[in-house]
Ligand binder design. Structure first.
Ligand SMILES: Cc1cc2nc3c(=O)[nH]c(=O)nc-3n(C[C@H](O)[C@H](O)[C@H](O)COP(=O)(O)O)c2cc1C
Length: 233
């Protein structure tokens, strides 16, 4: 939706899985092409894994990929894998964080573990996530994923199912970043509607430690990031 600088996606993790990713990462390292900057790896359960076995899926992916990630993000907020977002509920998230952190701590070098939340959570639900983040020793929160609330699109926009990102998500994502920053000391990775220096600065002003972008990069192309960095300086 270029007129709104927005995207709706319903991909649902269409990739070869953790083992395939690990093999590609090994090949990159062997070719001397591994980046010198920190690499974060985002984990989401496979669509074919039943929800009752979600925890095993995350633990298994962490085991396969831990050597490659400088930090990990548990994605419990994509709207395109049925049931995934129920893992943000108190009991479900408690069980997931317990199992993942047990695996993480048993690894030779435990990695900083973050959780990524949906912009569609209410503030009471976000407070529950915060409490669990503290209890389970998370290193930070990534806010936010795409939204299933499409009401901010212009009335003539095509009706599509999936997660909405880009310009229409910007204000809600910033609101959540500010809510988090006012309540917790952990670093926040802010994402949602960042496309230029002003929208990146907005996230930093709201309390973000780091800023990510996806849709802004799609529209702006490879020069977007250096332009943002120059603008911020
Ligand atoms: C095509 C596409 C695929 C995405 N895939 C993932 C994903 O696999 N895991 C995830 O946590 N977020 C995923 N996202 C969400 C983005 O990481 C980001 O949280 C969201 O798009 C909001 O940021 P933006 O407005 O800069 O795009 C995806 C977004 C898009 C547009």
């Amino acid at each position: 939706m270029p007129q709104a600088r927005a995207l709706i996606n319903r991909l649902g993790f269409n990739n070869g899985g953790a083992a395939a990713a690990a093999a590609r990462f090994d090949a990159l390292r062997a070719a001397g092409r591994w980046p010198s900057i920190p690499v974060g790896i985002n984990l989401g359960k496979s669509k074919i894994t039943p929800l009752e076995r979600a925890t095993e899926d995350y633990v298994d992916s962490l085991g396969k990929l831990h050597a490659h990630g400088d930090y990990f993000v548990l994605n419990v907020s994509s709207p395109n894998t049925p049931g995934l977002r129920t893992l943000q509920g108190r009991d479900e998230l408690d069980a997931l964080l317990r199992a993942v952190q047990a695996k993480n701590r048993a690894l030779p070098s435990p990695r900083p573990m973050l959780v990524k939340i949906a912009p569609d959570l209410g503030f009471a639900q976000i407070e529950e996530v915060l409490e669990l983040a503290g209890q389970h020793g998370l290193a930070g929160i990534v806010a936010t994923n795409t939204t299933i609330d499409h009401t901010s699109l212009p009335p003539d926009a095509p009706k599509e199912t999936g997660g909405l990102s880009g310009g229409p998500l910007r204000a809600r994502a910033t609101e959540i970043v500010r809510f988090l920053a006012e309540r917790m000391p952990l670093p926040i990775i802010a994402v949602g509607g960042v496309a230029d220096a002003a929208s990146a600065q907005e996230k930093l002003d709201a309390g973000a430690a780091l800023v990510q972008l996806y849709t802004g990069f799609v529209y702006g192309g490879p020069t977007t990031v250096p332009e943002i960095c120059r603008g911020l300086r």
